[in-house]
Design a protein around this ligand. Structure first.
Ligand code: F0G
Length: 364
């Protein structure tokens, strides 16, 4: 499957024609990894799977939307694409624009994007403009510029982004042989991805390709939780910079996904995000960026409140939960280094390196 990009894999469900020139980096077809230890830690009745979107070509789920958005921008004759971004969208837009031979401009909040993402936008040759403002300010500016100039806006307010991203749901249903999971947990920032997944699940359900619909569980960071609080947050704050958004563009669609699916949108603190981030890396070997861990943090929170105690599985013996791990951990090395145990430096001899290993304490 990996040899095809997602437009080729899901062509009948996407707005392309035989003449469309497809701009692809062979995105999609990411693994759905069972997380045994995490499942046991969350709840005895729950079976957690990790959709590892960090394994997309630029290291995040944005590539699913960007292959469609850039393909269509090229088809419509645009020469320039533009986006506002907390980092991943800019990395993805820059890469796909480079591949398409288009120019790319990205607006990012100064000093608030992870280093890996910044390096990507720069090396792919985008014009990187840092603004003294946050993501919401940047998106407002970009929308206006794209309305007034012949520039394609490739944020998730572009419907082609949603079309591409809905394929994540298709993959999950196919992996489970025609079932959606009981629940899907994911981070919510600008709210495009929860909108896209819900669209994908509904489409396959309506086509009879899925026997059920999942309940959608979205999580915002507590310092950037406008949907939970019911009002925009003027100065959003969180270590999960990817979801540091105070006024999501797809707010209404996210609420519709929540309500139609009988799900919920909750919030998790930075401390809860960091704990989930460490547990994923240290017990499952899966390294995602902090924002991606918000869904897992949310599951811990729900479970502690007894949420899963009275739920019956849709199919089989366990309540199936898929967590969308939206971005790769390598995007944000600074956060990884700051939450992990410090490294040690010793002299270059055997005794010195054996001492910290403390092998006597390792069970036989
Ligand atoms: N996780 C990661 C790693 C993200 O980069 C984003 C959004 C989200 C979750 C939330 O997804 O916005 O569709 O609700 N990043 C955008 C960006 C805003 O500019 O890269 P959403």
């Amino acid at each position: 499957m990996r040899s095809l990009g997602l437009i080729e894999r899901y062509r009948p469900y996407l707005p392309v024609t035989p003449d469309t020139h497809i701009v692809s980096l062979h995105e999609g077809s990411t693994p759905l990894i069972p997380a045994f230890k995490l499942s046991a830690a969350i709840h005895p009745k729950v079976e957690v799977y990790l959709k590892y979107e960090g394994l997309n070509p630029t290291g995040s789920f944005k590539d699913r939307g960007m292959t469609m958005a850039v393909t269509k921008a090229l088809e419509e004759g645009y020469k320039v694409v533009m986006c506002a971004s907390t980092g991943n969208t800019s990395a993805s837009a820059a890469a796909y624009a480079a591949r398409a031979g288009m120019q790319c401009a990205v607006l990012i909040p100064e000093g608030k994007i992870a280093l890996g993402k910044l390096s990507q936008a720069m090396i792919h040759g985008a014009k990187v403009i840092q603004i003294r403002g946050n993501f919401d300010d940047a998106l407002k500016l970009v929308r206006r510029v794209c309305e007034e100039h012949p520039i394609a806006l490739v944020n998730s307010v572009n419907p082609f982004r949603i079309e591409g991203q809905k394929t994540g749901a298709f993959e999950i249903i196919e992996e489970f042989d025609g079932f959606a999971p009981d629940f899907q947990a994911m981070p919510v920032g600008n709210a495009g991805n929860i909108t896209a997944y819900w669209k994908g699940y509904r489409e396959f359900f309506d086509l009879g390709k899925s026997k059920n619909l999942p309940r959608m569980l979205g999580f915002q960071a507590a310092g950037a939780a406008p949907i939970v609080l019911g009002a925009p947050v003027e100065k959003p704050q969180t270590i999960a910079t990817a979801i540091r958004i105070g006024n999501p563009a797809s707010w209404k669609q996210a609420v519709a996904a929540r309500d139609e699916s009988e799900g919920l949108i909750g919030m998790v603190t930075d401390h809860q995000i960091k704990e989930a981030y460490k547990v994923l890396a240290a017990t499952e070997g899966v390294f995602c960026e902090p924002a991606s861990a918000a869904g897992v943090a949310g599951l811990f929170k729900l479970s502690e409140a007894g949420f899963f105690d009275n739920i019956e599985p849709v199919h089989g013996d366990f309540i199936r939960v898929v967590c969308i791990l939206t971005g790769h951990g390598l995007k944000d090395p600074d956060n990884a280094i700051s939450v992990a145990e410090e490294t040690i430096t010793v002299d270059a001899n055997q005794d010195a390196i054996l001492r910290p290993l403390n092998l006597d304490a390792v069970p036989a």
